[in-house]
Design a protein around this ligand. Structure first.
Ligand code: NAD
Length: 520
């Protein structure tokens, strides 16, 4: 486990460990050193449960950001030429260090992001699984070979790293999403520049410290902070070869376009409106519990939250039962034992969520459960919103067309499975969906006809494990290759195809052949 003095190196914490000092600042990580930014532009980071300032995040200067890219560029040659076994050993060590520091990482997430401690541990664990997957790089990075494609001639493909890669991450999974990116890129031999969310970079900083402790060389991973200028630098910098983005559509569309224009590979995971389809033959108790957990867990701030539910046929009789279960959830500060939902990220996020709830009421929907005035004892300044359920929602209402990203469940009804599939496929997003049924034939029809990239059958948040890839589609994704799994390896490598001829004796041709070689 890291000691308090090591943590303060990264976060300028007070000597007692995970409490921030009054002048806390978040460091940059450039060329293997945690350094104080020389910027005069700082972003105050508030604990969402109290709104107290807990650290200040720098908007790195141009010089600092260029230094980070230059450091990654310098580090690329030796790192890419290191043996695959060496990089694998570092990943083995890294996964152990993350496990050893799970509690510290979760604590940082709860303080800065607000989610409950058990949920924060889940955030770290799902990222850790990607690091564990990286340990199989010796199989994942195999190329292909074909001997004797012509007489004495063989062809083979090698996977090579790209160079300097960069990542831009959102606030809602401060450990998991950075871990989707830099370990995959680095184990393939790339070096990295990461810009975490300016709203909660603490866990990423600790992950960088642990990566250093695991043995990554100086410059192979760099962390810059900031907002628009940092994003623009990543998109435009000629020495960056690929950009991974996860976040909102507003930012993701912009980054995809801007970075693509400069010839980079880009993968951009964006917003969602995930539908849960409840069939009348579903196992009622289990389905309702799963639904409530997936709609309100993490205060609805998950890209795979089941934020929309479509009750098919008679299953609509169960709507009142979701209310009963949702009312029992405990809203509280995230480190408090027994808390089910923490606060949302900011007062602005709370205001936006409340406005979208009101828009539903104004447009004629029914507010079955209203969490806007939830009272959390001792935390009256926090950004809390309690579980909220809006029923009788129609697809043209704003609370349906917009991603709410809060603890709000929007309820629609459909006569048949075909109607429910049609509603889901007419929504622009294609991130995740789930059907609850006891019929294999119903599930099979749904899997085949639904136009969404990650599908659950009696599984509410079907985030694929890292041996697969996260395959969001339509408005939830821009790019060609997805995050982690085989697609992640493809994203972070380029192929080189070698055709070679080795002959014992030189063959004497009287003149050079100029027609296209057909290799027969
Ligand atoms: P966000 O887009 O506000 O921020 C993400 C990153 O982009 C941050 O690093 C931020 O600094 C930068 N950024 C923000 N606005 C920008 C702009 N206008 N131009 C350029 N860069 C900008 O997203 P967020 O609020 O941090 O995260 C929530 C969003 O992320 C939700 O829409 C959620 O669905 C989505 N998300 C998607 C996935 C997925 O895999 N599909 C996973 C997690 C979150």
């Amino acid at each position: 486990m890291l000691q308090a003095n090591q943590l303060s190196k990264i976060l300028k914490l007070s000597s007692s460990g995970l409490r921030y000092s009054s002048t806390a600042t978040t460091k940059l990580f450039i060329d293997g050193k945690f350094i104080e930014s020389k910027t005069d532009r700082w972003i105050d980071l508030h604990n969402p449960a109290t709104n107290e300032i807990i650290t200040r995040v720098p908007e790195a200067t141009m010089d600092e950001m260029n230094a980070a890219v230059a450091s990654a560029k310098r580090a690329f040659k030796p790192w890419s030429e290191s043996s695959v076994l060496h990089r694998q050993q570092i990943m083995f060590k890294y996964q152990q260090l993350i496990k050893d520091n799970m509690k510290e990482l979760a604590n940082l997430i709860t303080k800065e992001q607000g989610k409950t401690l058990p949920d924060a541990e889940g955030d770290v664990l799902r990222g850790l699984q990607v690091v564990e997957h990286c340990c199989s790089i010796t199989s994942l990075n195999l190329g292909e070979t074909m001997p004797s494609v012509a007489k004495d001639m063989d062809t083979m493909t090698f996977r090579y790293p790209l160079g300097v890669c960069a990542g831009i991450t959102p606030f809602n999974f401060p450990a998991m999403i950075p871990l989707w990116m830099f370990p995959m890129a680095m184990v393939c031999g790339n070096t990295y520049v990461l810009k975490p969310s300016e709203r909660d970079p603490g866990a990423t900083m600790l992950l960088a410290q642990l990566a250093q402790d695991a043995g990554i060389p100086d410059g192979s991973l760099n962390i810059i902070h900031g907002a628009h200028d940092a994003v623009n630098l990543v998109c435009d910098h000629p020495d960056i070869r690929a950009v991974s983005f996860v976040g909102s559509n507003q930012a993701g569309e912009y980054i995809y376009e801007r970075a693509s224009k400069t010839g980079k590979r880009v993968q951009s995971n964006m917003g969602a409106k995930n539908h849960g389809i409840i069939m009348p033959d579903a196992a009622k108790e289990n389905t309702l519990n799963q639904l409530v957990g997936a709609a309100f867990g993490a205060a609805g701030q998950r890209c795979m939250a089941l934020s929309t539910v479509v009750f098919v046929g008679d299953s609509k009789e169960w709507i009142k039962d979701i209310k009963e279960r949702a009312e029992k959830l405990v809203v509280n500060e995230g480190t408090t034992p027994g808390a089910d939902l923490g606060p949302v990220i900011s007062p602005q996020a709370k205001e936006r969520i409340c406005d979208l709830i009101q828009s539903g009421v104004d447009e004629g929907a029914t507010l079955l459960l209203d969490g806007r005035n939830v009272d959390v004892k001792g935390y009256d300044k926090g950004n809390f919103v309690g579980p909220t359920i809006i029923t009788n929602v129609k697809p043209n209402m704003k609370c349906y067309t917009e991603e709410i990203f809060g603890p709000v469940l929007v309820v629609l009804e459909a006569e048949t499975l075909d109607d429910a599939i049609n509603i889901t496929n007419s929504n622009p997003y294609g991130n995740g969906t789930a059907i609850f049924t006891r019929s294999g034939a119903t599930a099979r029809k749904f899997i085949n006809e639904i136009d969404v990239g990650n599908v659950g059958v009696n599984v509410p948040i079907p985030v694929p494990l890292p041996m697969f890839s996260f395959t969001g589609t339509r408005a939830s994704f821009r790019g060609d290759t997805h995050f982690y799994g085989k697609q992640g390896i493809q994203f972070y490598t380029q192929l080189k195809t070698v055709t070679q001829l080795w002959r014992e004796e030189d063959v004497d041709h009287s003149r050079a052949a100029v027609s296209m070689p057909v290799m027969r």
